[in-house]
Design a binder for this molecule. Structure first.
Ligand SMILES: Cc1ncc(COP(=O)(O)O)c(C=O)c1O
Length: 307
């Protein structure tokens, strides 16, 4: 499905009409994946539209830039303000927000530092990432034959465009095999994450999730869910997850800005628990969706109102 157009995109300091936000075909980023980006969502609450995890996402954007030696010509505060302004200008009820920092048109050697750093903030309307029924019914997934990047190859913790070559291979293979998403193992064969989501595995009412050392992106939804689960009294353990634990699990779910909290109902054709959304997954979803809809108090200050 084509991207639904919004009115404007913020591009290097100015708002330009959606169709005019263009780059040269010889921009460094197109050839070498030299971008970093974020994915953020804004939800409708009784107080109007509000951005979830704004500061955490902008922090991660700047952290990713630091890893890639990209000097952002705007402050953290300016980027946060422009995100809010872009949502206002596009008059969204709810939206997905994509800040993107990339190496633009300059030279075309691999060495990137002679290219300008360009900055874009785009917003658009985006529904359920893994399909409209996924949140309730769960999804069918498979363990990928591709491995996640080894720790001394790509910086998994930085949200770098080039990392998503791995994610594309994983999700293409998954779809070819009839799954909606793939689970990737790390270089040592331990569970890492989905192509665009973190993963939680529940065994006997304890939640397990791979630690940062297993080549994951340090997901912001992952950190929200860890907090919510602990507040509900659950034990959350960040530890290496062997593949077979996926098959032993009572419940498995993905977390991510795009996927939100999505239950996994089968893995490699084996049902997870009863093959439907489990009770702890539902309890955490209710808390999370309640919070982002403004029905549950935002006691952690995760929401930034746009108005
Ligand atoms: C590879 C990968 N892992 C995990 C996540 C989940 O991260 P977050 O919850 O910050 O969106 C994402 C999405 O950004 C991702 O692309």
């Amino acid at each position: 499905m084509a991207l639904p157009k919004s009115k404007v995109i913020w591009f290097n300091g100015e708002f330009v009409p959606w169709d005019e936000a263009q780059v040269h075909v010889l921009s460094h980023v197109l050839h070498y994946g030299s971008s970093v980006f974020e994915g953020i969502r804004a939800y409708q609450t009784p107080q109007g539209i509000a951005v979830l995890g704004l500061e955490a996402h902008v922090d991660r954007l700047f952290f990713s830039c630091k890893v890639m030696n990209m000097e952002v010509p705007y402050t953290h505060d300016r980027i946060s303000k422009v995100i809010i302004e872009t949502i206002k200008k596009n008059e969204h009820q709810e939206c997905y927000i994509r800040p993107l920092v990339f190496r633009g048109y300059g030279t075309l050697g691999v060495y990137p530092l002679n290219c300008p750093v360009d900055v874009v903030i785009a917003t658009w309307k985006w529904g359920k990432y893994l399909g409209p029924e996924a949140i309730e019914k769960g999804v069918d997934v498979g363990v990928s034959s591709w491995r996640r990047m080894a720790p001394d190859t790509h910086p998994s913790m930085a949200k770098v465009g080039g990392n998503y070559i791995n994610s594309q291979l994983v999700v293409m293979e998954a779809r070819r095999l009839g799954f909606i998403e793939g689970i990737v193992l790390d270089v040592n064969g331990y569970v890492s994450e989905g192509s665009g989501e973190n993963i939680f595995v529940i065994v006997k009412e304890k939640l397990y999730t791979p630690p940062l050392g297993n080549s994951i992106l340090a997901g912001i939804t992952r950190s929200f869910v860890i907090t919510l689960a602990q507040e509900k009294g659950y034990t959350v353990i960040e530890q290496q997850v062997p593949r077979e634990m996926l098959y032993m699990a009572d419940e498995v779910f993905f977390t991510g800005t795009a996927a939100e909290i999505t239950p996994v109902k089968t893995i490699d054709g084996r049902s997870v628990g009863k093959g439907e959304r489990g009770p702890i997954t539902k309890e955490l979803q209710d808390e999370f969706f309640g919070l982002i809809k403004g029905e549950v108090p935002d006691r952690h200050g995760w929401l930034t109102p746009v108005a």
